[in-house]
Ligand binder design. Structure first.
Ligand code: IMP
Length: 200
């Protein structure tokens, strides 16, 4: 029997490859949005990661007619009242770079003591079907904000985020290690387990 299609709501091929690996061989044939032209953009106007993940997955279902998975991630820093959170991509303003964002975090965290630099990366994955079924899965990676940037791997806030128990930032570790312990890996692994259950 032909497998049903599952579309990952992204145009980013690196992300698609990584998510395919996390989902493993399942009951779905996994596709990206590039398999369903024309391209479109979704304004991430939600106030929470959950809202944005659902916005993107619902839109992908509407555009493709297939079940869809999407994700949204934010860095929540305790000393900043949970900021940047849902605004992680544009913390330093619209059109800002990753370096602008990390500089802003380090500036706001200036003078904050070692024990008070707790932060958590949180990913929310949304699964939506054409029949209107909606599920959310969460993955967290707890850690702290480093005193300065370290390492050159990864992207985003990786140079300033030290996962608990690692003694190095995400940007200092091989990608394979990050992908084992990351917020995104945990959220997609949960989604994958659910997809395996419902397709049995
Ligand atoms: P997105 O929801 O995956 O697009 O992530 C939103 C923003 O959070 C990105 O633009 C990055 O700045 C940041 N971000 C997401 N995931 C990571 C990560 O694994 N490491 C560092 N920064 C991340």
């Amino acid at each position: 029997m032909k497998k049903p299609l599952l579309v990952i709501a992204t145009h980013n091929l690196d992300k698609l490859r990584e998510i395919r690996r996390l989902l493993g061989r399942g009951a779905y044939a996994v596709r990206g949005l590039d398999d369903f032209p024309p391209p479109y953009t979704v304004r991430e106007s939600g106030k929470t990661l959950e809202d944005n993940a659902l916005l993107k997955a619902r839109r992908a279902v509407k555009e493709t007619g297939c079940a869809a998975l999407s994700d949204d991630t934010g860095l929540e820093i305790a000393a900043l009242g949970g900021r940047p959170g849902v605004y992680s991509a544009r913390f330093a303003g619209s059109g800002c770079s990753y370096a602008d964002n990390t500089r802003k975090v380090l500036r706001l965290m200036g003078g904050i003591k070692r024990g008070e630099r707790r932060a958590v990366f949180r990913t929310v994955v949304a699964f939506v079907t054409p029949g209107g079924d909606e599920r959310l899965f969460e993955g967290r990676c707890v850690g702290r904000i480093a005193e300065g940037p370290r390492g050159s791997q990864g992207f985003g806030y990786d140079p300033v985020f030290e996962p608990r128990g690692e003694g190095r930032t995400f940007a200092e570790m091989p990608l394979a290690r990050k992908n084992k312990i990351s917020h995104r890996a945990k959220a997609f692994t949960r989604a994958a387990a659910y997809l395996r259950r419902i397709r049995k």
